[in-house]
Design a protein around this ligand. Structure first.
Ligand SMILES: Cc1cc2nc3c(=O)[nH]c(=O)nc-3n(C[C@H](O)[C@H](O)[C@H](O)COP(=O)(O)OP(=O)(O)OC[C@H]3O[C@@H](n4cnc5c(N)ncnc54)[C@H](O)[C@@H]3O)c2cc1C
Ligand code: FES
Ligand code: FES
Length: 472
């Protein structure tokens, strides 16, 4: 069959890969179609939002709409979904009310960014027709405009609240649901083009079987990391196993003392879920990339990159998280044992990460800090994740885990040892801050020089002290 099917332009659209590499991005593919050049390519690395489109996924007969960066989505991954672009919203003679709002509020000048903003806002109003200012800001935090200025854009967005005008895209929902339901996925899809092979399993077992059959394959899930190797490094990744269609690994379970997260769960879903149950984690996830990135990026993808500046690894260390890995056999491993070096981990050839288990211990206070040059769409310069157990003003256990201070995420072990059984007071924390700062020999790079990192490491412990005191 060598093809995928998705809902597009009011009907099922089939793409055959006989003449098209399966590593083609959704952006490049859409722009190659007649009359579909509204979606723009700015940065090709997830940083500008000009390429934003909406993907709607069918789950239990309901559609979930998400704005995504089409430059980071590999085309086969939209199999079985609905792709919506700015042309679907409206045309000059019959504009959508979002497009009218942009005109009426003078929210567009050169217009390069406009389709991206409009699609980000379309996904928002499908999720919530009456969004708060905070939700509006979140929806467009991944979109950059270099000429209009953001106030008119925000005014246009605010004017969308509870608009009653007809949305012609929503009129297509029943057809989309009916047509998408007809796409039955049982056996893995095998897409071939010359020496490229792109594999889409639908179950964990199928993924493991494919891992055994294609040991050279690169795994992807949200592809927010791997797509850059294609778009920026111009790498040919010849064999890919795409886990994006495995529903078994897309869930969150909150039990009394644990949070269990399926490996393929998107960061945005985790963020929304933990808002009330784990506000400290929520605050950190708010500054992970931007909404379009979080709508694709998965927890396992973040862990498996095993980067010293990945945002989730320090908190998962501090919370003593464990991972379930599934291959021929199943095993669980503490995340601290899983990461073995700079961007290295203990994943075996037949394995994928299938779940992340986070113990939630109410005896501990958790604090997570990320320092970066800007709030959104920025990589960590230095981060600190702390778990502190306090009894009668005495620290009975403490974990201080730094990102960005060494080639791997690392505990400030001497500072931890120093603080155990000490009183919570300014003097002890100042001393611990100096100890922590001297434990590492960070590098200088484009984000900060070594001295700045050392100062940040020290100051984060002072911030931790202030936050603990305020909370106590
Ligand atoms: C613009 C931009 C902003 C970003 N901002 C941040 C940020 O603020 N903080 C941050 O930490 N990261 C950030 N990232 C990096 C990236 O988004 C995250 O690391 C993300 O979590 C990766 O998840 P993914 O599903 O997209 O991974 P993919 O790109 O699909 O895969 C990444 C790695 O994980 C492996 N993998 C994926 N799933 C599994 C699995 N189930 N089992 C085994 N291996 C697996 C892949 O083989 C690959 O090695 C950003 C990236 C971009 C492009
Ligand atoms: S082109 Fe800039 S985010 Fe995709
Ligand atoms: S209107 Fe020109 S970049 Fe936004």
């Amino acid at each position: 069959m060598n093809s995928i099917q998705f809902f597009f332009d009011g009907k099922i659209h089939t793409v055959n890969f006989d003449n098209l590499p399966p590593t083609t991005t959704l952006l490049k593919y859409i722009r190659s179609l007649p009359g579909r050049q509204g979606v723009k390519e700015g940065c090709a690395e997830g940083d500008c939002g000009a390429c934003t489109v909406v993907i709607a996924e069918l789950n239990n007969n309901k559609l979930k709409y998400r704005a995504v960066n089409s430059c980071l989505v590999l085309l086969p991954s939209v199999h079985g979904k609905w792709v919506i672009t700015v042309e679907d919203l409206g045309q000059p003679e019959n504009p959508h009310f979002i497009q009218t709002a942009f005109v009426q509020n003078f929210a567009s000048q050169c217009g390069f960014c406009t389709p991206g903003f409009e699609m980000a806002l379309y996904a928002l109003i499908k999720e919530n027709p009456n969004p708060t200012d905070e939700q509006i800001n979140e929806a467009v935090e991944g979109n950059i405009c270099r000429c209009t200025g953001y106030r008119p854009i925000r005014d246009a967005a605010a004017s969308l609240r509870d608009v009653k005008s007809r949305d012609i895209v929503s009129d297509l929902e029943p057809t989309a649901i009916q047509e998408l339901s007809k796409i039955k996925n049982s056996e893995p899809l095998v897409l071939k083009h010359k020496d490229f092979t792109y594999l889409i399993p639908f179950t964990i077992q199928q993924a493991v079987d494919l891992r055994l059959k294609y040991p050279e394959a690169t795994i992807i899930n949200g592809s927010t990391d791997i797509a850059l190797r294609i778009t920026k490094n111009k790498e040919n990744i010849h064999t890919i196993i795409d886990l994006d269609h495995i529903k078994e690994i897309q869930y969150i379970k909150h039990e009394q003392n644990t949070l269990e997260i399926g490996a393929g769960t998107r960061i945005q879903d985790i963020k929304d879920f933990v808002k009330d149950v784990f506000p400290e984690f929520y605050e950190l996830l708010k500054v992970f990339g931007a909404k379009q990135i979080r709508n694709r990026a998965t927890i396992a993808g973040n862990i498996a990159t095993s980067s010293p500046i990945g945002d989730l690894i320090p908190p998962l260390f501090a919370m003593n998280a464990t991972l379930e890995l599934t291959g021929k056999n199943k095993r669980t491993i503490p995340i601290e044992k899983f990461i073995t070096g700079y961007r290295k981990n203990d994943l075996k050839n037949d394995e994928i990460i299938t779940k992340v288990i986070i113990p939630l211990n109410s005896d501990y206070k958790y604090k997570f800090y990320k320092v970066s040059k800007r709030t959104h769409l920025d990589i960590t310069t230095v981060s600190l994740a702390a778990a502190v157990k306090i009894h009668d003003n005495i620290i009975t256990d403490i974990r201080l885990v730094y990102g960005g201070m060494a080639e791997v995420v690392k505990h400030a072990q001497q500072a931890e040892n120093f603080l155990i059984n000490k009183q919570i007071n300014e003097q002890n924390f100042l001393q611990a801050a100096n100890i922590a700062a001297n434990e590492f020999t960070p590098i200088s790079d484009a984000r900060a020089d070594a001295q700045a990192r050392t100062i940040l490491a020290r100051n984060l412990i002072i911030k931790l002290y202030n936050d603990l005191i305020n909370q106590l």
